[in-house]
Design a protein around this ligand. Structure first.
Ligand code: TEU
Ligand code: CA
Length: 532
């Protein structure tokens, strides 16, 4: 929400919308980075970790936000970006000049004998993960943009700096962190080449590296363990078994991880840039069942289908309002902590980007560069680019059907989705049948139920059909969930354990009478409650 007409959302704007969030029923807000940044990568390139980005306001605005949120029982989490800084950070500028102790705060290497980069690693956002610095006459590593030099976590002084930054915000009253690229701090010693010609994706050499758990344990013992705080680490590339190495209580590392497996169900992420593949609802369902069952006794799921890096879930994993509500019920009735990404509660969808110039996101621009290098025109890849672009999740929040969706009185920093007339908070908050009202009811039901919060998850359907059917049991209380994950009607006979006569608590489509066998409408989702 923009409060000062510059077309950019800001902290005073957020404060003006805290009642909206309180009415929705959420209990904590995770902010993507709000620290000083040149915004090469939407604030994930930080130039001062202890101050607020000019566009968003001041430290006093942030302190006011903490107070206003606290008055409403809402906790604030920040985004700790500890793998890299901005190249405009003073540490990097001093490291270039080899001013101690900053000389080895980053990962500098001499060129190979033939003058080429130290290895053939590909960056997420540009061809090589290395950029030559004229002054220092060395290459520096950047897994992301060239304006995001990787910090050298092998250097204990660097780790100390990160710990002090985290304590600074926790002492101010922040309740925890989402940790960016939280499995990437430890790189393979020697930074070896990947096999193959040209720049290669080297995830195996920088994800889940040899010292990653040592580093996170140290961060936990030096910082997190000393505060009443929550941590959730962004952890692409791991399954549930591996996630327990990060979040099992005995590990004393993170509390939760954001897993990426659902995000790969419509993507062939083996190719650079990504290609689309056929979404399979059974594969999608089994991922959630697998994570629920593996984390059952000693882990805690982060339940999310959207964030600032992902296409909008509504229109991606399910279509129509019924589909948006179904996805919400599916997430919020599982065991773990549900995350609601801004606008998800309205069923906001991907936008339509008509030209390359309309994109802001560095990852989208890099994908277009790779397509063009492969001989494709913008027109040929336009739909693919539009489908996966991170800008879809970043278009301004749709507050009203009015001018600029009620987001700003100025010209918005990024295009506003042209469906704001149909999808906006104002119209949905007064419509008891809206996606927003469904989220509000669902969140309230969950907050008032120990069974939905703490009950065990028991899967009831393993057949390869696009039906998710499970129950949650706690003491002698039991909830039942039955979902059609497909856009087609499904003939279905619930298993014995599914109590068809239990009281219907919530459904996204008027109740479908459950008898011995019946047809589930597309995207149907219901929640029933009974004492077993
Ligand atoms: O994203 C990290 C990220 O994109 C990787 O985990 C990637 O998904 C994985 O290697 C598979 O490709 C975080 C932020 O969420 C993103 O917005 C930033 O651009 C990025 O880090 C750099 O800070
Ligand atoms: Ca503003």
């Amino acid at each position: 929400m923009d409060s000062n007409g510059d077309g950019i959302g800001d902290l005073p704007g957020v404060i003006s919308k805290l009642d909206y969030l309180s009415d929705l029923g959420i209990t904590a807000i995770w902010f993507s980075p709000i620290f000083k940044s040149p915004n090469d990568d939407m604030g994930y390139d930080i130039s001062d970790y202890r101050d607020i980005m000019d566009e968003f306001g001041t430290l006093d605005d942030f302190k006011a936000l903490l107070k206003e949120a606290d008055r409403r029982g809402i906790k604030i989490l920040l985004d700790l970006v500890a793998n890299h800084t901005s190249d405009e950070h003073e540490w990097f500028q001093k490291s270039i000049r080899k001013e101690d102790p900053y000389t080895d705060y980053y990962i500098w290497r001499d060129p190979k004998p033939d003058g080429s980069e130290p290895n053939n690693w590909m960056s997420h956002f540009c061809p090589s993960a290395w950029t030559w610095n004229e002054k220092r006459e060395q290459y520096y590593l950047h897994l992301f943009s060239k304006k995001q030099p990787d910090l050298n976590w092998e250097n204990p002084l660097v780790r100390e700096e990160i710990y002090e930054i985290a304590k600074y915000w926790l002492d101010m009253g922040v309740s925890g962190f989402r940790l960016d690229t939280s499995t990437m701090y430890s790189k393979e010693p020697g930074l070896p080449d990947m096999p193959g010609e040209g720049y290669q994706w080297a995830g195996k050499f920088f994800m889940n590296g040899p010292r990653i758990h040592e580093f996170i344990k140290e961060m936990n013992s030096r910082v997190f363990s000393k505060y009443d705080c929550m941590t959730v680490g962004e952890a692409s590339g791991i399954g549930p078994e591996e996630s327990l190495e990060y979040i099992a209580s005995s590990r004393n590392e993170y509390n939760m991880v954001i897993q990426f497996e659902p995000f790969d169900t419509d993507k062939d992420s083996s190719s650079e840039p990504w290609e689309k593949r056929e979404f399979n609802p059974v594969e999608f369902r089994d991922i959630f069942i697998h994570w629920q069952e593996v984390l059952a006794d000693d882990g805690w799921n982060c339940l999310c289908l959207s964030n600032h890096d992902q296409p909008r879930q509504a229109g991606r994993f399910a279509k129509s309002e019924a589909g948006a509500k179904m996805l919400a019920l599916m997430l919020h009735c599982q065991k773990g902590t549900p995350f609601v990404y801004q606008g998800e509660e309205l069923g906001m969808t991907n936008a339509v980007f008509d030209s390359a110039e309309e994109y802001n996101d560095i990852q989208t621009k890099n994908a277009l560069r790779m397509h063009e290098e492969a001989g494709k025109s913008f027109e040929e890849v336009k739909d693919l680019l539009n489908y996966f672009s991170r800008d879809n999740a970043r278009t301004p929040m749709q507050w009203t059907a009015g001018e600029k969706a009620g987001f700003t009185s100025g010209s918005p920093w990024l295009k506003i989705n042209n469906n704001k007339d149909k999808i906006n908070a104002a119209s949905q908050m007064v419509d008891s049948d809206s996606v927003w009202s469904f989220y509000q009811r669902l969140i309230k039901i969950r907050k008032e139920s120990d069974t939905l919060k703490y009950g065990c998850f028991i899967n009831l359907e393993t057949a390869k059909v696009p039906i998710l059917c499970f129950k949650r049991a706690y003491g002698n209380d039991c909830y039942y969930v039955l979902i059609n994950l497909s856009g087609e009607p499904q003939e279905y006979t619930p298993p014995e354990d599914y109590d068809c006569d239990a009281a219907l608590v919530l459904s996204n489509i008027s109740e479908v009478r459950i008898s011995s066998s019946f047809v589930l409408p597309p995207w149907y989702a219901e929640l029933r409650k009974s004492h077993n």
